[in-house]
Ligand binder design. Sequence first.
Ligand code: GDP
Length: 233
Amino acid sequence: MAAGYPPKVPELYIISRNHTSKNALENANIMMNHYYQQASFVQSATTPNTLPQEGGIEVAFAGRSNSGKSSTINRVCFQKSLARTSKTPGRTQLINFFTLPEGQLLVDLPGYGYAKVPENIKLQWQKFIEAYLTTRNTLKGLILVMDIRHPMTSFDQGLLKWAEHRQLAVHILLNKADKLSKGAMHSTVLAVRKELANYQMPVSAQAFSATNGLGLEELWAKLDNWYERGAAI
Ligand code: GDP
């Protein structure tokens, strides 16, 4: 076989760079990552009994309804509709499992906090999420998506308490950063990090925008670390 064949597929592609926008936050590169682009849906679970067997490392995405969790998953994987963006928040809630190469799993947890959902159904989802978070041995970390304009809601804090109880690592995405000025974005990140000092587990936070890809490389680096991908990129 000729040297250099088959050609090595580069992990990162820069698809476009927006030079025209006056807003610095919109100048983030739009990129894809070959590893995460291979994500593919495997199955949904509706109850703790229907969770798939444990296998590779799992990273779960959680967030309040409308925080942009689905848009974030789609951005990470560079797929338009891998996770369904919520036209009707509060519809049937499932835990969705996606496979990645080498048997790793990316998990989409049901969005929480949607006001119109009856209290008993909310409790049911909460129990399901908690059952998943507390029993899943292969779960390595939780990506918690928040709207940067309304960070650390009581729902988010409840989830952080669960993660602390279980000693589960959490990485917070302060999403929709494109909606804030650079100054407001930085001060929110600092304020959230200050609040996180009260939690006794590995927890970090960054600004993010599912819309323009701001913070995407930092997020991929965190995911690579949890998936034990070494110096893959
Ligand atoms: P989910 O309910 O948490 O899964 O949220 P979705 O991904 O469905 O997003 C909710 C709404 O927020 C949609 O209208 C998205 O287009 C919008 N959205 C998501 N992420 C961003 C972002 O980074 N910036 C802006 N401006 N809007 C976003």
